[in-house]
Design a protein around this ligand. Structure first.
Ligand code: GDP
Ligand code: MG
Length: 210
């Protein structure tokens, strides 16, 4: 559980990777299972690999031209693999709050895997690609169906448009209190800021309802 005490100690400084990269710090007093969701190619696997203090677990499979009928990136340049099970990583914030990060597959046909991964999770970071906001609708809809609180992180790609936050909120039909941040999934500090925005939101919700 994320405690109120943890809320008071959250800072935006990126913690250094754990010294041995393996064991939890003995000061850890709270834990949260967090989903990282979003459409294919939005940067979920990248973000978990960027922030994880342990070697991330990934389940990448090659994308081939044969898959182009169902996966838009198959056969395209650049992205060569896709997540077919999950990504897993761990991040300790401020030495006492540990986030267990579970990345979902991006395609809606993997919804049953999503539903399993969502069990016991406290919230989700929904990654959005500004080049195609509509591609995020399925993921956001799934979160609403699961009644899972979330924060939205717009992962910035160089060729993507730069929208005002209010326009993104409107396009995605976000509630006023849903956090919206800009991030670069390849940058550790930026990705951690997005996760901290989510953690703060979850703590606020837990505090309000207690
Ligand atoms: N320019 C840019 N490229 C990114 C960013 N995040 C991910 N990528 C690249 O986009 C591709 C898709 O990332 P991946 O993490 O596999 O997406 P996933 O399908 O959501 O897990 C990879 O080639 C990444 O290197 C980003 O923030 N900026
Ligand atoms: Mg992936």
């Amino acid at each position: 559980m994320v405690s109120k005490a943890a809320s008071e100690t959250l800072t935006e400084a990126a913690p250094p990777p754990a010294a041995d990269g393996k064991y939890l710090d003995s000061n850890v007093s709270g834990a949260a299972k967090i989903l990282v969701v979003g459409p294919l190619g939005v940067g979920k696997t990248t973000l978990i690999g960027t922030v994880s203090e342990i070697r991330p677990l990934s389940t990448e499979a090659s994308m081939t031209r044969a898959g182009a009928r169902v996966d838009p990136y198959a056969g395209d340049s650049g992205k060569k693999t896709t997540t077919v099970g999950l990504d897993f990583g761990r991040l300790t914030i401020d030495g006492d709050l540990v986030l267990y990060l579970f990345g979902t597959p991006g395609q809606q046909r993997f919804l049953p895997a999503w539903q399993d991964l969502a069990k016991g999770s406290l919230g989700a970071l929904a990654l959005v690609d500004a080049r195609d906001l509509t591609a995020s609708f399925d993921a956001l809809g799934n979160l609403e169906d699961l009644d899972l609180p979330f924060a939205v992180a717009v992962n910035v790609f160089p060729t993507g448009p730069r929208y005002d936050a209010d326009d993104v909120r409107t396009a995605l039909d976000l509630l006023p209190d849903t956090p919206l941040v800009i991030c670069d999934a390849r940058d550790r500090a930026s990705s951690i800021r997005a996760l901290i925005a989510l953690a703060r939101h979850l703590i606020d919700l837990a505090t309000e309802s207690s």
